[in-house]
Design a protein around this ligand. Structure first.
Ligand SMILES: NC(=O)N[C@@H](O)C(=O)O
Ligand code: NI
Length: 169
């Protein structure tokens, strides 16, 4: 029975680099990453934060996604992956958002999912083939800078999650 009361709970944890490492990189200005001063001391450069992979036959493109906020509790009923390239999201609106991922490989089961609550100053880069839920903005309409692949080939596989998982309010 797939009633919300019966769905497995997916409890978010704070997004941090080590926990997210199996899925890609966290994009944030952190003392944990290489950073150095540029522009005659005016600017600190947090350097080379993510590996953008458009594939040999693709190119990296930059877009803005304007996302409607999701309501909680939220049922995760599907996941997707981009086998041919990476996909990076960086919030522009400064609000927290949700990241749902599962390791690259066969279509995930609900127990394979990991849910992270990202701060408004944290982005992520999904490595190629990493399963993830489409963008999950919270609170208000939110803009995200997105860097991903444009090129030939089918680059979006979807998988239905049975049973679904439920992110609680
Ligand atoms: N469809 C699209 O470009 N967006 C998804 O890939 C997503 O992860 O939000
Ligand atoms: Ni995607």
């Amino acid at each position: 029975m797939n009633t919300p009361a019966a769905l497995p709970r997916l409890v978010p944890r704070p997004l941090e680099r080590a926990a997210f490492a199996p899925f890609g990189e966290v994009i944030e200005a952190s003392d944990a990453v290489r950073h150095f001063t540029i522009n005659a001391g005016n600017t600190e450069r947090y350097h080379d934060l993510a590996t953008i992979e458009p594939g040999a036959d693709g190119r990296a493109i930059v877009s803005i996604f304007r996302a409607q906020p999701r309501s909680l509790p939220f049922a995760v009923t599907m996941m997707e992956r981009h086998p041919l390239g990476s996909q990076a999201f960086m919030p522009l609106s400064g609000r927290p958002w949700l990241v749902v991922v599962a390791p690259a490989g066969p279509p995930p089961k609900v127990e394979d999912l990991r849910v992270f609550l990202a701060r408004g100053d944290q982005g992520v880069n999904y490595a190629p083939g990493v399963w993830h839920h489409p963008l999950l903005a919270l609170g208000e309409v939110s803009d995200f800078l997105v860097i991903d692949r444009s090129g030939p080939g089918a680059n979006c596989d979807e998988a239905v999650l049975t049973p679904a998982g439920l992110i609680p309010a």
